[in-house]
Design a protein around this ligand. Structure first.
Ligand code: ZN
Length: 352
């Protein structure tokens, strides 16, 4: 059908909010969001992230639509950030030295949220003995629950396992499990706290640890995990078990890489490339999630693993749908950028 009557009807329906059906995404067109990076606050580096976006598009033919920076730098001017990148770069506040007490008071969290930060990242540091469930932190966690500030990739414990070569990076197991249980105490005490734990909560270095992560996700409905840095550990889990887990908990897993500017080298970076030259790091994550290729794994590529070849609907959740639902500002920014019609973003998980 065509003609003026049909057009008028279509316009009337559009104005009434009957948006066209959500477009179908392919691997090439879906907006991928990296929820875990450390890209600092200098405009020069943030501009370089946009150059990386272009390089990923040119070389891998996929769309890295958005990055979350977790500090440790202070966010830059938030109005300028929005103007310059149209929401493609979002910021969290962070505290990397919680052994001195949490850095932000409850009121400061409220103030930062008003400025547009999307969450609060905290990290216990490398030392053992940090007590995340100490009573002094409770007021801050309670305020986060109350105002809906997301715990953005808090890093709990360090990886612990005995597969292959041990390094000093691996915490000894008693301290590992002590910190895990202390974190569970926080989740028990603050049941409405929305959390995206970094690195699969480091429960990703054996089939048994993965069972513990299943227990955590089943028990705490507001708990999610990101995938940052995990591909070098996942070879220690049976591939079918891992694939079943990713499908079963697809609503609770978010894509992230730990990509960083020059001051920090995540384990998947072999050298110190400029941000715009980090395409291979992303390619490795994509091949692991999307293909069944045999891939190098382990911190020094000393292991092999086969990619998970996850179904498209699972990949959509991991790459963007969960981030849209869990974090503020994401759905709105993606809509403004043209990935969704306004009505679709509302049903796909509007900003809270
Ligand atoms: Zn990180």
């Amino acid at each position: 059908m065509s003609g003026p009557l049909t057009s008028a009807l279509w316009i009337a329906l559009s104005l009434a909010g009957a948006a066209p059906a959500e477009k179908t995404f392919t691997l090439a067109t879906m907006p991928r969001i990296d929820v875990h990076t450390h890209i600092g606050n200098s405009w020069e580096i943030l501009d370089d992230v946009m150059a990386l976006r272009q390089a990923i598009q040119d070389q891998l033919h996929v769309d890295l639509a958005m990055w979350f920076s977790l500090g440790s730098a202070e966010p830059p001017d938030m109005a300028e950030l929005r103007k310059r990148y149209q929401g493609r770069i979002q910021f969290c506040i962070s505290d990397y030295k919680i052994q001195d007490g949490l850095r932000f008071s409850p009121q400061e969290l409220v103030d930062w949220q008003k400025q547009g930060v999307m969450g609060f990242k905290f990290y216990p540091g490398w030392q053992p003995g940090v007590q995340i469930d100490q009573p002094a932190f409770a007021a801050t966690f309670a305020k986060m629950e109350e105002i809906g500030m997301v715990a953005a990739s808090p890093h709990v414990t360090n990886p612990c396992g005995t597969f292959g070569r041990r390094t000093e990076w691996f915490a000894e197991p008693v301290e590992f499990w002590r910190q895990q249980r202390a974190w569970e105490n926080v989740l028990k005490k603050h049941p409405r706290l929305v959390v995206v734990n970094a690195h699969m909560l480091w429960l990703c270095y054996s089939d048994e640890q993965l069972d513990c992560l299943r227990y955590m996700l089943k028990t705490y409905p507001h708990l999610h995990v990101d995938l940052a840095t995990t591909p070098v550990f996942l070879h220690a889990i049976g591939r079918e078990n891992l694939r079943d887990f990713m499908i079963e908990y697809a609503d609770r897993i978010l894509f992230g890489t730990d990509m960083a500017s020059q001051w920090f080298v995540p384990v998947l970076d072999k050298k110190l490339p400029k941000i715009r030259d980090k395409v291979p790091q992303y390619q490795r994550y994509f091949e692991f999630l999307e293909t069944d290729k045999e891939l190098p794994s382990g911190i020094q590529d000393e292991q092999k693993m086969r990619g998970l070849a996850l179904p498209l609907d699972v990949l959509e959740k991991i790459y963007f749908r969960n981030a849209m639902r869990v974090y503020p500002h994401v759905a709105g920014a993606l809509t403004q950028l043209g990935y969704f019609a306004a009505a679709d973003a509302a049903t796909g998980g509007a900003a809270r």
